[in-house]
Design a protein around this ligand. Structure first.
Ligand SMILES: *Cc1c(COP(=O)(O)O)cnc(C)c1O
Length: 418
């Protein structure tokens, strides 16, 4: 299996392992498979979620140096449940049972275990730079903490992440450091990009949602979930995905292209509208992000958009494959309350964007809303709306007990290396 750049399809191809270690292509583009493979005949639901995900990923590692290790990596990385909250076909896929209680644990853990294995084989060391608007950094820090051959620098925008998110970023020691940056999430992303372009810095890699190793697990749980759903209901689901950098949703488009039983993919955005505006106007305009209650989706220039453009290169093909709707903060609040009043079910602000979009724009009775985080991560928003306290998952509680060790810096990437 060969991987190429979104920017220069004719260039030298890379293996999956090379793509995972590099993060970003040398030309600044993102890694994509030359051709998206079909689900392999060995794909199976019969041995549980992690094994299904392993078999979904196998075709991407055909002939790769990690092929023989993939089963063990998946067993270690996906060591938690992937349950549905069933509601008569309008189901919710709960992707928040990993250590930091958000879907990013899947990708971050797969990446950490894969990189550690590869670096051990190659006897190399790397430094990982991560810009986070919230949940990425916590998931990456947790996944990489204590892993050999790897040090991690986590950048987050000052005052833009919740207290609880911050506690998940700043308590690490050893091979993980965190930096509180005077600027926005887009500034953090820019600093990472600039560091990569600096020829005097060596051995840098990313663990952001642009890394292929983050993306493949996100493809794999859509293959697993849609197959399981189709088996239960005898129908293909519409999948509604709360989206920001569109890494999670790119995984779903790849799963669909592999032949997973997905009727349609619908993106749910917050008030940040780069994709909804593109669908309406035909002109793609990245811009600064605006703050919302669903702050892990506060993205004005989605980093994975190049991968969607690689799949759907012109406006007409994009418009026929991608639908997206924007949800306001008022609608987020109303939806959290509405869902709780109806059934007692508690959802986070990101998941609420998905549920709002399902209620307003999905006519099929067969749908999955993807629940991207545990509501306890956003208790400041959610608890006043539902009038109840939400218990914090134990693993998250333990992470948040650690004292803060973050360094405060200006938005200049040189300061990361002093
Ligand atoms: C990261 C994140 C999202 C957005 O996912 P993308 O892959 O960036 O589109 C949605 N919800 C939560 C809770 C997240 O942490």
């Amino acid at each position: 299996m060969e991987f190429i750049s979104t920017r220069n399809g004719g260039g030298t191809p890379f293996t999956a392992s090379d793509a995972i270690l590099k993060g970003l292509c040398p030309d600044g583009g993102l890694f994509i498979p030359r051709e998206i493979p079909r689900l392999s005949p060995s794909f199976t639901l019969s041995k549980g979620a992690w094994y299904a995900m392993y078999t979904a990923m196998l075709p991407f590692f055909e002939g790769d140096e990690l092929e023989g290790d993939l089963e063990e990596i998946c067993r270690s990385a996906f060591s938690f449940p992937v349950p549905f909250h069933a509601a008569g076909g309008k189901d919710t896929l709960e992707l928040y049972y990993g250590p930091t209680a958000a879907f990013k644990d899947f990708g971050a853990r797969f990446l950490a275990f894969s990189m550690e294995k590869l670096l051990e084989k190659r006897n190399e060391d790397i430094t990982i730079l991560v810009a986070t608007s919230g949940d990425t950094g916590g998931a990456v820090a947790s996944a990489f903490h204590g892993r050999k051959h790897i040090s991690v620098k986590v950048l987050f925008p000052e005052g833009r992440v919740s207290k609880r998110q911050e506690l998940q970023l700043t308590g690490w020691d050893g091979n993980v450091s965190s930096y509180e940056v005077e600027g926005s999430f887009d500034d953090c992303q820019r600093m990472v990009k600039e560091a990569f372009m600096d020829p005097s810095l060596h051995g840098l890699s990313s663990a952001n949602s642009i890394n292929l190793g983050r993306l493949l697990p996100q493809m794999a749980y859509y293959a697993y979930a849609s197959e399981l759903y189709a088996l239960r209901y005898g129908e293909k689901p519409v999948i509604v995905i709360p989206s920001g950098n569109v890494g999670n949703s790119t995984g779903a488009y790849w799963a669909a292209a592999m032949g997973a039983p997905i009727r349609q993919i619908v993106l749910a955005a917050n008030a940040n509208r780069p994709i909804t505006d593109y669908l309406e106007s035909g002109e793609y305009r990245p811009r600064a992000s605006v703050r919302t209650l669903a702050n892990a989706m506060d993205v004005g220039a989605p980093s994975n958009i190049e991968r969607l453009f690689a799949l759907f290169p012109d406006y007409d093909s994009f418009r026929s494959a991608v639908s997206a709707y924007s949800v306001s903060d008022d609608e987020i609040k109303a939806t959290i309350r509405e869902v709780h009043d109806e059934s007692g079910y508690v959802i986070c602000p990101h998941t609420a964007c998905g549920e709002r979009v399902r209620r307003d724009h999905v006519s099929s009775p067969y749908s999955i809303v993807v629940s991207t985080a545990h509501p306890a991560k956003f208790s400041d928003t959610v608890e006043p709306l539902i009038g109840e306290e939400i218990a914090i998952p134990r693993s998250l509680y333990e992470i948040m007990q650690r004292p803060s060790r973050a360094k405060h810096i200006a938005a200049d990437y040189h300061l990361l290396f002093q």
